[in-house]
Design a protein around this ligand. Structure first.
Ligand SMILES: [Cu+2]
Length: 172
């Protein structure tokens, strides 16, 4: 029994000696300071099955513009658009509309007011829309891509439609 204890002790001593030796020799530069916050996901990640097509879109900081001017997807395909409003304070939405109607849809949306997220209820020029997203919010909308052709997407928050829009192409 005593022998066993001695063995254990000597193993421990040897181990700590080895550790000390290691510690002294290697001067690993530990990055001090805060660890960059591992981006907390606000907003749900959409469930993506193999058939799902996920399109990402965001905004350019506090500028009133999307981070891309063009999007496309195959006609008839079910698609999820994930809109990340990464601005700090600007409310935005993403609304897919018939080509050439972004300004009229916005005008009618403004009349419908914030309660309707600046989209007139039942507007048949509107194909899909996220809700109005506050800064740092993410919204998803899943829809079937309309028949092949050109469409527009736009933010219908008052006055944003002037600079915040793009072309959505439905491919055959
Ligand atoms: Cu906007």
């Amino acid at each position: 029994m005593l022998k066993l204890v001695t063995l254990v002790v000597s193993v421990l001593v040897l181990t700590s000696m080895a550790l000390i030796a290691c510690g002294g020799g290697s001067s690993t530069s530990t990055v001090s300071g805060e660890q960059s916050a591992s981006s907390p996901t606000n907003g749900d990640q959409p469930e993506s099955s193999a058939d799902d097509l996920l399109l990402d879109i965001s905004v350019n900081g506090e500028d009133l513009e999307y981070d891309k001017g063009e999007m496309s997807a195959p006609a008839g395909r079910e698609v999820t658009v994930q809109f990340r409003n990464v601005s700090k304070a600007q409310p935005h939405n993403w609304v897919l509309v018939q080509d050439g109607t972004k300004d009229e849809v916005t005008a009618d949306g403004i009349e419908s007011g914030a309660d309707n997220d600046y989209v007139a209820p039942g507007d048949d020029r509107v194909i899909a829309q996220t809700g109005l997203l506050e800064g740092k919010d993410t919204g998803n909308v899943t829809f079937t891509v309309p028949p092949a052709g050109i469409y527009q997407f736009v933010c219908t928050f008052p006055a944003h439609n002037i600079t915040m829009f793009g072309t959505f192409t439905s491919t055959p």
